[in-house]
Design a binder for this molecule. Structure first.
Ligand code: G3P
Ligand code: CA
Length: 296
């Protein structure tokens, strides 16, 4: 297993930028993704929903209230309308989480003054970020960054899986035509090769199974919600039959859970790791990577 894009990451241990480097820039925006790239993340993670005109847009909530200067359901707006909203700094959960957890004591929650984590000087007036489409993100980072795409609210958007699959199939063709897609396989499912550097995740296990059927060469990550823990053996057996990764909230992870997943030959990724203390805990548990707002 080789880290997708970051030669400095310990082999096999993945650093995944949660909604981009959302501890530093507005979540799920190009600024957050570019900052994640600058900080050497292995993956950018982001969330997709559907607009009124059935376009795949990158936003975490099913409303625009928390992260933009507008209000209402995402699918009450067209892609064009969504792209013209401002997604200002300070309106993201990452910033709210910092206040809740107290990790804003220092810049990155680690207690260290890391030079590479320093934000570049910018004119604050120019910091207004925009909602972007899935295709824009794919095109911007084609061949440069691996991407962990979370399908949100599959029940709210029937057919979203097929739409994501179509966009990814088309992306794969563009990558091949451009001679890109040189990511090493990031998953040890020997029979599957994924040179796109894409992993798809969801809390909805039916949705992940469907994605696996639609895109059998794309690794799947099952996100475990707290109400599903602990996973019975039968559920874990079923999940690990098609999921390369099991993504777990850090609060629920223990040695036994990590071992149960490893015994089935799959990787464990913990979220959301915001400081050194949690990082050390996760390393001791033997997880294979972390999802963090502070990838630096
Ligand atoms: O990747 C884990 C994480 O993204 C799941 O939680 O709410 O941030 O999408 P959430
Ligand atoms: Ca997510």
């Amino acid at each position: 297993i080789v880290s997708a894009s970051n030669p400095n990451t310990p082999e096999g241990f993945l650093i995944i930028a949660h909604r981009g480097a959302s501890g530093h820039e507005p979540e799920n925006t190009m600024a957050a993704f570019e900052e994640a790239e600058r900080l050497g993340s292995d993956f950018i993670e982001f969330d997709v929903q559907l607009s009124k005109d059935k376009e795949l847009v990158v936003i975490h909530d099913d409303t625009v209230d928390r992260t933009t200067d507008h209000q209402g359901a995402v699918d009450d707006y067209t892609l064009d309308e969504l792209e013209n909203m401002d997604a200002p700094a300070g309106k993201s959960s990452s910033h709210a989480e910092k206040e809740e957890t107290g990790t804003d004591k220092d810049e990155d929650g680690t207690g260290k003054d890391k030079e590479k984590d320093k934000e570049p000087e910018k004119d604050k007036e120019e910091e207004k970020e925009k909602i972007v489409s899935l295709e824009e993100v794919l095109d911007r980072f084609a061949g440069k960054m691996a991407m962990l795409i979370e399908i949100k609210d599959s029940k709210l958007y029937p057919g979203i899986e097929e739409q994501v699959a179509q966009v990814i199939r088309s992306y794969e063709k563009r990558l091949a035509a451009a001679g890109l897609g040189g990511h090493k396989s990031i998953v040890d499912l020997a029979e599957r090769k994924n040179s796109m550097g894409i992993v798809i995740q969801s809390y909805d296990f039916e949705s992940t199974r469907l994605m696996h059927n639609l895109l059998p060469n794309v690794p799947i990550a099952a996100l475990v919600h707290e109400d599903k823990h602990p996973l019975p053996d039968a559920t874990l057996d079923a999940l690990t039959s098609f999921s390369a990764y099991i993504h777990y909230p850090k609060e629920l992870l223990d040695k036994q859970t990590v071992e149960r997943i490893h015994e089935r030959g799959r990787k464990v990724i913990a979220w959301t790791i915001q400081n050194d203390e949690d990082m050390v805990k996760m390393k001791k548990l033997g997880v294979d990577g972390v999802i963090t707002d502070y990838p630096g």
